[in-house]
Design a protein around this ligand. Structure first.
Ligand SMILES: NC(=O)c1ccc[n+]([C@@H]2O[C@H](COP(=O)([O-])OP(=O)(O)OC[C@H]3O[C@@H](n4cnc5c(N)ncnc54)[C@H](O)[C@@H]3O)[C@@H](O)[C@H]2O)c1
Length: 374
């Protein structure tokens, strides 16, 4: 009897611990008005991206949902307009697997939208599904597409500085390893897919690191964000149909909600004062140290050069980091979000929400002089 009680107590304790640490992660997004600001969120028709877009819309931003499917993208835009009461939520077509589509999106965006303040690379895949491509589809969607999109949208980001780029990465980057001789090799079978997913998430962290270096002094900052383990369709949609009804309740029980998962990307997009951590990796709304492979500046630079080739960036298109940014819009506030007098502050709405990362816990970024590829 005692053993039974002890066992039940332990189980309950473990569940409460998991529930409050993982499922109910404290909201740490910042409240402030984003009126007059424009944000792009990729893959915003579901999961973490949809919740991220909702929070940005609630703060008054014009939000562009960059999604692959017109039907699902338009439906999400409709939902988000209803839920946020903000009519400035629109859909624009973007398929990150196609470099032509990325270019078409950038052309349409740059010609129709006068500004870009926040770019959130959220879209991602964990498997190739039934698609058989001649290239590494996971790297293409999770890294090369976002790499190209960032380059093409940089003129707007610079013009609107201070502006931000957030790359939704994953703790899976710790298992990643980049083999530069086989970067674009097609991925076959679930084991290779798992490895390629981790590699692409490592690419996200290294890309963010190098991007920060390239953008120093421009007022555009960037962050890699780990949303935590989230109950979304990312992995479930590739699980055999018969297994899904078993896994769904388990996932609901132990994983974070998409809204919880959106908190760290939102923090990176909105929190004032984190600019000195440009290029760093955040989890649970705190800056975190990454694995040695993910803080290797030489690898980051090598990946940058390889990505330029894989993204088909011509020499003229490679953004010149020394180029003078255009003058800041004098009407725009100097920080990304502005807390309006009539609005609630984070601590009023979410008591106990975390604020700035504890600077004393930070390990300095190791500066390794990047060398050009042999
Ligand atoms: N769910 C988790 O536990 C978890 C953990 C760590 C990181 N992440 C990351 O969070 C991000 C969002 O994932 P999620 O969990 O919300 O899953 P999700 O499957 O709900 O969202 C992924 C989104 O990306 C879109 N997408 C896929 N391929 C695309 C393409 N070719 N072009 C444009 N959009 C495309 C999908 O349509 C979908 O809207 C991903 O980058 C993922 O790697 C998720």
């Amino acid at each position: 009897m005692e053993a039974l009680l002890l066992g039940t107590g332990l189980l309950l304790g473990a569940y409460v611990l998991i529930y409050y640490n993982l499922v109910k992660a404290p909201p740490c997004g910042v409240l402030g008005s984003l009126r007059g600001r424009t944000a792009v969120v990729t893959g915003a028709n579901s999961g973490i991206g949809k919740m991220t877009a909702l929070e940005l819309a609630r703060r008054g931003a014009r939000v562009v949902l960059a999604c692959r499917s017109r039907e699902r993208g338009e439906a999400a835009a409709f939902d988000l307009r209803q839920e946020s009461g903000n009519n400035e939520v629109i859909f624009m077509a973007l398929d990150l697997a196609s470099l032509t589509s990325v270019r078409a999106f950038a052309t349409a965006f740059l010609s129709s939208e006068p500004r870009l303040d926040i770019l959130i690379h959220n879209a991602g895949i964990s498997s190739c599904g039934r698609t058989r491509e001649t290239f590494n589809l996971l790297l293409r969607v999770n890294h090369i597409g976002p790499f190209l999109l960032t380059h093409l949208l940089l003129p707007h980001l610079k013009m609107c500085a201070p502006s931000r780029v957030v790359v939704v990465s994953s703790a899976a980057h710790r298992r990643g390893h980049l083999d530069f001789t086989r970067l674009d090799q097609p991925v076959v079978g679930w084991q290779q897919e798992l490895r390629a997913y981790a590699d692409s998430k490592l690419a996200n962290v290294l890309f963010t690191r190098e991007l920060a270096t390239q953008l120093e002094g421009t007022g555009v900052t960037c962050y890699a964000a780990h949303p935590g383990p989230v109950n979304s369709e990312l992995f479930l949609r590739h699980v055999p149909g018969w297994l899904r009804p078993l896994l769904r309740p388990l996932a609901w029980l132990v994983l974070r909600t998409p809204r919880g998962g959106a908190q760290t990307p939102l923090y990176c997009a909105l929190q004032d004062g984190i600019e000195p951590f440009s290029g760093r990796y955040f989890a649970n709304c705190h800056v975190e140290e990454v694995s040695p492979a993910a803080r290797d500046d030489r690898a980051a630079h090598r990946l940058w050069e390889a990505s330029k080739r894989l993204a088909g960036l011509g020499p003229g298109e490679d953004d010149d980091p020394n180029e003078e940014p255009q003058p800041e819009d004098s009407a725009a506030p100097s920080s990304l979000s502005t807390t309006q007098p009539e609005e609630l502050t984070v601590s009023e709405l979410y008591p106990g929400a975390q604020s700035l990362p504890d600077l004393s816990k930070l390990t300095r970024r190791i500066q390794v002089k990047a060398e050009s590829e042999p």
